[in-house]
Design a protein around this ligand. Structure first.
Ligand SMILES: NC(=O)c1ccc[n+]([C@@H]2O[C@H](COP(=O)([O-])OP(=O)(O)OC[C@H]3O[C@@H](n4cnc5c(N)ncnc54)[C@H](O)[C@@H]3O)[C@@H](O)[C@H]2O)c1
Length: 354
């Protein structure tokens, strides 16, 4: 029996509902495919912060460093400022473990209506590669003269050659395994230092991949195009901020943010990678048992693939596809009435039959 050691951080809000639901499905897949997930749950997040004044204990990163992967729900609570939850847990994990690729696949599953008219599943099948370690999300900057009329805030964006090249190269290599189309999200008309640099590095990387059909599009126009003509896109690579916004937009085009997955990858595998749904803790629906667990389950499938369990990962995606196409249970965000637990148990059940 193969074993994989997984650190589980359910976090806050619906993170605590979708995480156990996803684990039920992943464990069922493990039983059917000959492996076991050895999970250790960590009660870190905003509740932990309220009690301990920090989002996770001082040795948390050491604890996580010995695992094969990290499986996260979501963090965020209305009475804890979002920059505390983000910078106290998510960002330290992503940066310490050099998880510089944020891989966000977007698909319109058969059986799910897109809010866009006349869009078919064949037209919405893309991967957004978001730079995950630098860019606009930087600690460099500050505030002066707070509370006065002279108040000011400065925020520096950081784009290094190493960081920019490695994310674009990752996206190029991925595009080469798919349709060969790659699009870079830019804003070099308005942001005059970092974005022309980004464009230069994109041109440099794609020149070494003549097999690719490369284009770069200004992020504002790109946002409109993803809505008006999603079929045009396959692999899109963007900075930390652009990739973040674009992946929520693309997830909405694919029917719901509740189904969108993400992997925070350290491609060199020197450190554990982390897998989490794109959505947040959704305080508006937390505690009701109606959150869609598919984003977490799909993220779990990404984790299985990363752990070398490609067959099981494909089987989880197959089970999701069949359930949705066959009019199986779906949660309220997809127009259904099923609970989180009902969706998970339908998917886990498909492995028991197999
Ligand atoms: N990675 C993370 O942990 C992460 C990501 C985004 C936001 N957040 C945090 O989450 C909190 C809430 O943020 P937000 O409201 O901007 O984003 P959100 O993703 O939590 O919710 C946005 C909307 O989508 C709905 N939604 C989200 N996930 C759903 C699901 N699985 N099923 C059904 N509906 C779903 C919510 O009900 C809400 O109406 C904030 O504290 C924010 O900082 C955390």
């Amino acid at each position: 029996m193969r074993r994989h050691r997984i650190a589980v951080i359910p976090g806050d809000g619906i993170g605590r509902e979708v995480t156990p639901a996803a684990l039920e499905v992943l464990e069922a897949a493990g039983r059917a495919h000959g492996f076991e997930l050895e999970t250790t749950e960590h009660p870190w997040g905003c509740d932990y912060f309220v009690e301990h004044h920090r989002m996770m204990p001082p040795d948390a990163l050491d604890t996580l460093s010995t695992t094969d992967a990290i499986f996260l729900g979501a963090v965020g609570r209305p009475d804890v400022p979002d920059h505390i939850s983000l910078w106290g847990l998510l960002i330290p994990i992503r940066r310490t473990f050099r998880q510089y690729v944020n891989l966000r696949p977007v698909r319109l599953w058969p059986g799910i209506p897109s809010p866009l008219k006349d869009v078919t599943p064949e037209q919405v099948d893309m991967v957004i590669i978001r730079e995950n370690n630098e860019g606009e999300y930087s600690e460099i900057g500050g505030r002066l003269h707070q509370g006065t009329d002279d108040e000011l805030a400065v925020q520096e964006a950081i784009f290094t050659r190493r960081g920019t090249d490695r994310i674009i190269e990752y996206a190029c290599q991925l595009a080469a395994t798919r349709s060969g189309r790659i699009c870079s999200a830019t804003k070099s008309n308005g942001i005059i230092h970092t974005m022309p640099f980004w464009d230069e590095r994109f041109a440099h990387a794609t020149a070494r991949h003549p097999e690719l059909k490369a284009e770069q599009v200004l992020i504002d126009a790109l946002a409109a195009m993803v809505v008006l003509d999603p079929g045009r896109f396959d692999v899109i690579v963007g900075s930390n901020l652009f990739g973040d916004i674009l992946s929520d937009l693309a997830a909405a085009v694919a029917g719901s943010i509740g189904i969108a997955p993400s992997g925070n990858l350290n491609p060199e595998r020197e450190c554990p990678s982390m897998f989490e749904p794109v959505h947040g803790s959704a305080p508006d629906i937390a505690g009701q048992g109606i959150a869609n667990p598919i984003g977490a389950i799909w993220s779990g499938a990404q984790m299985l693939e990363h752990l070398g369990e490609a067959e099981a990962a494909a089987a989880v995606l197959d089970a999701i596809e069949r359930m949705l196409a066959d009019d199986g249970p779906r949660t309220r965000d997809l127009g259904g009435t099923a609970t989180t637990a009902e969706v998970a148990s339908a998917l886990a059940g498909s492995f028991r039959i197999a």
